[in-house]
Design a protein. Structure first.
Length: 313
């Protein structure tokens, strides 16, 4: 049963079950999607809408936390199915929804063009007249419920988080890290930061997490994956691990290329296994590493990009 009113978690089907979520927020017959997954996720989102007895015409907004493809790849296709919806996105992300060519090029640089085409399909543009820019503190009303968007850099410079005032919760995309339910143990929830390339900024990320806490939220809705609570100890764990990951990067400042990436990956893997054990995660170390393999790879890449950027500054 959903613990908060009008919030429905939709598994987008990306990669594996319970890996990538979108959210359907319903209030008095009006609806909004928050993030949307891939093109292949669109039928799942429309099915979730139908399960609530709602037609596509009832959707007023598609809100994107940011435009990384696991969050926004299906936006163009979904918007074609939602005749009355507007797309809400950070001002830095808006141009990439209207013309996704640079977005696709950036993803291809990280994952490879063939993998992007195979996984995400053709990324469709959204007409400019249907795109609204979510500046800091932008507010909208959904069936009388107020949703407030905050600028939330650190994971990406084009990231917002959405505060649901009625439920006193945040939809956080990747700013509040990731937490897979398989890692939950008797001491609670294990959470870790995500430093996916190319815009990781540790100080900005910590500031965004602290700003969210200032709203005294009762729960956090992660794209990866689901509802987590209480927020305060999870935020403390995230901030501690951000500092630990920066320390890992500092150990390998003298390395370059593949040698540095291998060293970062190895040390991040050790860090995450250690933290999982401290949280009494029920999985053995090998299964923790298998579950986090994609995240270790991407976090190591993101740390490397951040290190290179600091060298140039």
């Amino acid at each position: 049963m959903q613990p908060d009113h009008g919030i429905h978690t939709v598994d987008t089907g990306f990669h594996r079950p319970a890996f990538d979520a979108a959210y359907l927020r319903v209030q008095d017959g009006r609806a909004a999607f928050i993030d949307c997954g891939l093109n292949s996720s669109v039928p799942r989102l429309l099915a979730a809408l139908a399960e609530q007895g709602l037609a596509a015409e009832s959707v007023e907004w598609l809100i994107l936390t940011h435009v990384h493809l696991d969050h926004a790849g299906g936006a163009g296709q979904l918007m074609q199915a939602l005749p009355n919806a507007r797309l809400l996105v950070h001002p830095r992300g808006a141009p990439h929804m209207i013309d996704p060519s640079k977005l696709v090029a950036g993803a291809s640089a990280v994952y490879g063009a063939d993998e992007v085409a195979r996984t995400y399909g053709k990324i469709l543009p959204v007409p400019a007249e249907r795109v609204v820019e979510a500046t800091d503190n932008f507010e909208l009303s959904l069936g009388g419920c107020r949703l407030r968007c905050l600028d939330a850099p650190g994971h990406a410079r084009h990231h917002i988080v959405i505060f649901d005032e009625a439920n006193r919760c945040f939809f956080t995309g990747d700013t509040f890290g990731l937490s897979y339910r398989e890692l939950d143990g008797p001491r609670g929830i294990y959470i870790l930061p995500t430093t996916t390339p190319v815009q990781f900024d540790p100080e900005a990320l910590k500031a965004s997490i602290r700003r969210m806490l200032s709203f005294d939220p009762q729960a956090i809705y992660l794209t990866h994956y689901g509802r987590v609570a209480p927020p305060a100890p999870l935020a403390a764990a995230l901030i501690e691990q951000i500092d630990a990951m920066v320390e890992v990067a500092g150990r390998h400042a003298g390395l370059v290329g593949e040698a540095r990436h291998a060293a970062l990956s190895q040390d991040l893997a050790a860090l995450y296994v250690e933290r999982a054990a401290a949280a009494s995660c029920p999985l053995p170390a090998a299964e923790v590493l298998a579950l986090l393999s994609i995240d270790i790879e991407l976090n190591a890449q993101g740390l490397g990009v951040w290190m290179d950027r600091r060298e140039r500054e």
